[in-house]
Design a protein around this ligand. Structure first.
Ligand code: UD1
Ligand code: UDP
Length: 359
């Protein structure tokens, strides 16, 4: 039996190839949704878009402080894990759901598999960095997306026998859904956009949007891009950011703010954008895989492969630097090599887990 724990938008998306593979092979598995994300556009829409079965359990933990959220997830997950007694528990990424799920399983002496293991920003102010390090060190199976991620793990003394380089399941998710997206939605028509003639923005990192000065700087940067390039700037707003923008009470000159999109629509928007501006982890990877230049509004990244291949640059959060970075990135050639694998990560992970069951 495989236990799959997920709870936020990126985990639903990046776990979807693993769930699909469990279904295809008719394996005994269950999905435990923690409910860390719960708004329709952060949760349900992805089950619908990706045609995923209903989770078997939902803890409905909702929002809260880090400790509150982590504790609720651990308590809720413990009784379900005890009841189901899975042979291996899978978590994906670096959220509170991940660290809490892994810790609950590990304390019950269950084997933990960490998908997207070994990412490091080397910035411990990010809550996600702590979650990644702890989860990696609790895990029995470390599914590293790249060789660089594997090296990070070995440098921290993790046994190389536990590490398997699989590529990132985000590639599987893109390959499995790009055609479906083309057939099912036409978001460019809906928003009256022309291919390669708009910018797409996302921002939700706690260290960016919970800091009023930084958020203002980012907004001014976006406004200056809009003025200089005279192209639409589309900004689907994460709920954390929506709250902060409301609190600031400032308008955004010429920026098209929207609700978050479903995966099929967002994939299309990303694939056709002139350039993507983001502080998201997954969006840096997706832009790289889709051949779209990316400007990351951060000072570090746990996705250095995107910098190495030239798909991504770090522009920080100062408005002048954002504009300068976009000027140089928008005219880059996009013939880089995708460093995240060939879209079979989900299959490899399930294969390892199926073998673990019989041991
Ligand atoms: C979380 C993850 C982050 C990940 C992001 C993906 C942690 C520490 N952070 O950040 O790593 O990149 O998810 O999007 O686990 N809210 C809603 N509806 C929802 C979810 C959240 O309105 O469905 C609002 C609430 O006001 C909440 C705030 O967003 O307080 C933040 O949500 P939370 O899950 O704590 O963190 P994220 O910023 O979403
Ligand atoms: N995404 C989406 N709709 C949006 C914005 C993002 O479907 O409006 C998807 C995006 O394609 C990617 C994932 O959400 O797969 C990234 O999630 P997020 O940025 O919230 O988290 P992170 O990757 O930073 O942890």
């Amino acid at each position: 039996m495989i236990g799959i724990i997920l709870g936020t938008r990126p985990e639903i998306i990046k776990m979807s190839p693993v769930i699909r593979e469990c279904e295809r092979r008719n394996l005994d598995y269950f999905v435990l949704h923690t409910g860390q994300h719960y708004s329709h556009e952060m949760d349900r829409v992805f089950f619908e878009d990706l045609d995923l079965p209903e989770p078997h359990y939902n803890l409905d933990v909702g929002s809260g402080s880090h400790a509150e959220q982590t504790a609720k997830i651990m308590t809720g997950a413990e009784s379900i894990l005890l009841k189901e007694a899975p042979d291996v528990v899978l978590v994906q990424g670096d959220t509170n759901t991940v660290v809490a799920g892994a810790l609950a399983a590990s304390k019950l002496h269950m084997r933990v598999g960490h998908i997207e293991a070994g990412l490091r920003s080397f910035n411990r102010w990010m809550p996600e960095e702590i979650n990644r390090i702890l989860t990696d060190h609790m895990s029995d199976y470390l599914f590293a997306p790249t060789e660089k991620a594997r090296e990070n793990l070995l440098r921290e003394g993790i046994d190389e026998k536990k590490v398997c380089v699989t590529g990132n399941t985000v590639v599987d998710a893109i390959y499995q859904n790009l055609d479906i997206s083309r057939k099912k939605v036409n978001v460019l028509r809906d928003l009256e956009l022309k291919p390669k003639e708009y910018f797409l923005v996302t921002a939700h990192r706690q260290e960016n949007v919970d800091n009023r000065a930084r958020l203002k700087d980012i907004i001014h940067g976006l406004e200056s891009i809009r003025k200089e390039f005279s192209m639409p700037v589309i900004f689907p707003v994460h709920p954390r950011t929506a709250k902060r923008i409301d609190e600031l009470g400032i308008g955004m000159d010429g920026i098209q703010l929207t609700k978050p999109f479903g995966f099929l629509e967002f994939l299309q928007l990303e694939a056709q954008a002139r350039l993507v501006l983001t502080d998201s982890g997954g969006v840096q990877e997706e832009a790289c895989v889709l051949g779209v230049p990316c400007a990351t509004m951060r000072y570090d990244t746990e996705r250095p492969e995107t910098l190495d291949v030239g798909s991504n640059i770090l522009v920080g959060t100062e408005s002048a630097k954002i504009l300068e970075g976009v000027r140089s990135a928008a005219c880059r050639s996009n013939h880089w090599k995708n460093p995240y694998g060939d879209g079979i990560a989900g299959k490899m992970i399930v294969l390892v887990c199926a073998a673990a069951r019989s041991n």
